[in-house]
Ligand binder design. Structure first.
Ligand code: PLP
Length: 430
């Protein structure tokens, strides 16, 4: 294929997509991303329809934690679906998936599988309200818990406002919003409203904006205050689950929630989510007091993908490898920032970190950003533009700055990625 034939292929696909798919994309998160059409993914790399390869640090927004098309997961799903896919009833693989899940995460008593993080969050909020008989909910500025009316929030305004046209203005009326990592503010909210709050939901590491780790005392204060006030503590582990550790953020931080929601890395790229937690809460689904349903919940392919992914994660735990790769990658990126004299800022954990440019107020400052207001001082617009340049140079990352490392990334990807970032920075600053 010549270069112009290849470029025509992308343009042709873009035109066809825009003719039949709103905006040419199937999720609004992709509207601002470069309009690349991929043909193939294997391990830590992607190939587009023009034959260009990319070192992938987006991982499909996180799910491809084992790398793309992991052979053990792919084979397991293919083998399983040959004898059936959706029964609308129970099957042995579903039981094995749940057993393996509980054995891996350890603290929950019970688990229900779903299809998306968004819907499992809904189950968690409903359970918390059912168990407490309370309505109000508390969350943190900048955290994301799905795209449904009662959770989608734009944090441009103090306290948050609806995130989209079409979202009823009162859909968010039950939310209280506090700054992340601010133990004093948290204590104030609980002293004013503690007895009204059904649940607190938190991304234990704030990853949807920035990659902001919880400070040591914050999650502990959250645990203590929720326990004291009879409020259900929900960890939204959709990003952190199975990524920071086999037991997710709960294991990483040593703080145990009452309920937690998982997705992304749980099933090696297959669309599977989970809601897990203590028996006295989760058991309410089992008695039928609280409804949780879904045609595709724990389908054969979902169960097979969970079993195979958890087999891989427990038999050959990748966490040290991922941490080592992430640490070297971060050091390499920081070195390139120095070489090109650009204020590159990197923070988070090796498995998931955030890259941005310092803003006018933060240039030179190396203290980690602690919350949304700190994040706003960075030059996120410049980084978003730079991420497009990275794509042109063969590094596939999110425009919002998060970099995810997979179990499949190795030395070859590290050196390719750094060489390509170097070239992109030369193009950017040259
Ligand atoms: N919660 C968090 C922390 C997420 O990052 C996401 C998605 O990115 C969700 C919930 C929603 O999950 P899904 O996109 O699978 O519906």
């Amino acid at each position: 294929m010549t270069t112009s034939q290849a470029a025509t292929r992308t343009a042709g696909l873009r035109d066809r997509a825009e003719a039949v798919i709103p905006g040419g994309v199937s999720s609004n998160v992709r509207l601002l991303a470069p309009r690349v059409f991929f043909e193939r993914g294997a391990g830590p790399r992607l190939w587009d329809v023009e034959g260009n390869d990319y070192v992938d640090y987006l991982l499909g927004q996180g799910p491809a934690f084992l790398g793309h098309a992991h052979p053990q997961v792919t084979e397991a799903v293919a083998r399983a679906v040959r004898s059936g896919m959706v029964y609308g009833a129970q099957h042995a693989l579903e039981v094995e998936a749940a057993e393996r899940f509980i054995a891996a995460v350890r603290w929950p008593d019970l688990v229900r599988f779903g299809v998306s993080g968004t819907e499992s969050v809904q189950g968690a909020l409903r359970l918390a309200r059912a168990a407490t008989g309370r309505r109000r909910l508390l969350r943190f500025a900048g955290h994301y818990h799905g795209w449904i009316d009662n959770v989608l929030m734009d944090f441009g305004a103090e306290g948050g406002r609806p995130g989209t046209l079409g979202q009823p203005a009162d859909a968010l009326a039950d939310w209280l919003v506090a700054p992340f990592n601010d133990t004093d503010a948290l204590a104030e909210v609980f002293s004013a409203h503690g007895e009204e709050i059904a649940a607190v939901i938190v991304e234990p590491m704030m990853c949807n904006q920035g990659a902001i780790v919880a400070e040591p005392d914050f999650l502990e204060a959250l645990r203590a205050l929720t326990t004291a006030h009879g409020t259900v503590l929900i960890f939204d582990e959709v990003i952190t689950g199975f990524r920071l550790a086999l037991g997710g953020a709960a294991e990483h931080y040593g703080v145990t929630p009452d309920l937690a929601v998982y997705g992304k890395a749980l099933a090696g790229g297959w669309p599977v989510s989970a809601l897990a937690g203590r028996e006295e809460l989760m058991g309410r689904f089992g008695t039928g007091e609280v409804n949780h349903s879904g045609t595709f919940n724990a389908s054969v392919m979902a169960a097979a993908a969970v079993v195979a992914t958890l087999e891989v994660l427990t038999e050959d735990p990748p966490y040290e490898r991922v941490a080592e790769h992430g640490t070297r990658l971060r050091a390499g990126l920081a070195g390139l920032g120095d070489k090109h004299q650009v204020p590159l800022r990197i923070q988070g954990l090796p498995a998931a970190f955030h890259v941005s440019f310092g803003g006018p107020r933060s240039v030179g400052g190396s203290a980690p950003v602690r919350d949304l207001s700190g994040l706003r001082e960075l030059d996120l617009v410049r980084y978003a533009e730079f991420s497009r340049l990275l794509a042109e140079h063969g590094v596939w990352v999110a425009g919002r700055g998060i970099w995810y490392v997979s179990a499949a990334h190795g030395d070859a990807e590290l050196s390719d990625a750094l060489e390509r970032v170097d070239a992109a920075l030369t193009a950017d600053t040259g």
